[in-house]
Ligand binder design. Structure first.
Ligand code: SAH
Length: 331
């Protein structure tokens, strides 16, 4: 665990491949072609549907030609902004599929590259933020609970209407700040993300936030421990958190607890290889980074919520750690 990168995806190779995929989807170089991320059989299926549709639509002045449909599907602008009144079902389905593909690719990229790389890429292409969040919102709709709501409830219970300063690492569109400020106008929320979609958000890499040492009461990571340098985010939270402050982590359980056979084995607790892919391993990492777990909520099957407090030990400055990427399946 210590000073070691987790086995799994070869980042450099994977990164290059995925980058190509994103560019293929984003690019407008070949407006007539189907997304290169689609399999041959999927392209064939789509072409057959399109041909059938073209046949059915012949004679109809509003009919969409195959070229137009494909062009619309591969046009980034149209797919995110305009929805012509006569948009066919097929076009809508194309757009939804493209939006889903973009989300999955960006999501995978965010999980498998360093935060520095992601920050660089998102700063140069801020439209990627909206593309990512379009898909993310879609995912959230299907969850029984939104972890942001759980954290807002926890914060308002703990601090009531008293002043408290919160740093939201990887805040998205700052939902947490909006909700918390409504409940407790005496709170201050510093919201950070790779891109600032509104005035509440400061754009930065959360491995390096513009806050003074020991200046906040609570640091929040709500589904945002993306990037392969997860330990850097925790060290940054340790730096900006007051000595009696807390860190709230809400994360997808399968990113941390993915080794079920190992976690149930009753081996030597000190054998780190037996702990790999378990919550126990993650808690050891947090301990090495200067935090102990005060409370954990494992009642939800999908997400875990941890409340961390400082141990008084300085974080190990060399430790590296990444959780398992959360890869969404095709819809
Ligand atoms: N916390 C929000 C958003 C979760 S999506 C919510 O629960 O609704 C994860 C967010 O983390 C994304 O907006 C992504 O852009 C952000 N993120 C990932 N890595 C980041 C980094 N290094 N710095 C800042 N934000 C990051």
């Amino acid at each position: 665990m210590r000073g070691k990168k987790r086995k799994g995806v070869d980042r450099s190779e994977f990164g290059a491949k995925e980058k190509k995929k994103v560019e293929a989807v984003d690019s407008r170089k070949a407006p007539g072609s189907l997304p290169s991320t689609w399999s041959k059989s999927k392209k064939k299926r789509m072409r057959m549907i399109l041909a059938k549709q073209k046949k059915n639509d012949s004679g109809n002045p509003n009919a969409t030609t195959e070229k137009q449909s494909e062009g619309a599907a591969s046009s980034e602008k149209e797919s995110t902004i305009e929805q012509p009144a006569n948009t066919s079902k097929l076009q809508k389905s194309f757009k939804a599929q493209l939006s889903g593909s973009r989300f999955r690719i960006l999501n995978e990229e965010l999980y498998t590259t360093t935060s520095e790389e992601s920050y660089h890429r998102f700063s140069k292409n801020p439209e990627l933020f909206e593309q990512y969040h379009e898909g993310f919102r879609h995912q959230v709709e299907s969850w029984p609970v939104n972890p942001v709501d759980v954290i807002v409830r926890w914060l308002s219970k703990k601090h009531g209407k008293s002043t408290c300063s919160v740093a939201d690492f990887g805040c998205g569109d700052a939902q947490l700040a909006k909700d918390l400020l409504r409940i407790n106008p005496n709170s201050t929320v510093h919201s950070f993300d790779l891109v600032a979609p509104n005035d509440l958000v400061t754009a930065c890499d959360m491995a390096n936030v513009p806050l003074k040492d020991k200046s906040v009461d609570v640091c929040v990571f709500c589904l945002s421990l993306m990037g392969t340098n997860l330990a850097d985010f925790i060290r940054e939270a340790h730096r900006v958190l007051k000595d009696d402050g807390k860190v709230m982590v809400a994360e997808v359980r399968s990113r941390i607890e993915y080794s079920h056979s190992r976690s149930s084995s009753k081996g030597n607790e000190k054998d780190t290889s037996k702990k790999a892919g378990t919550l126990s391993e993650f808690l050891d990492v947090l301990d090495a980074l200067g935090f102990k777990c005060g409370r954990k909520d494992l009642t939800n099957k999908m997400f875990l919520v941890l409340e961390l407090e400082k141990t008084g030990k300085s974080p190990d400055s060399k430790l590296t750690f990444s959780a398992k990427p959360c890869i969404y399946k095709r819809r």
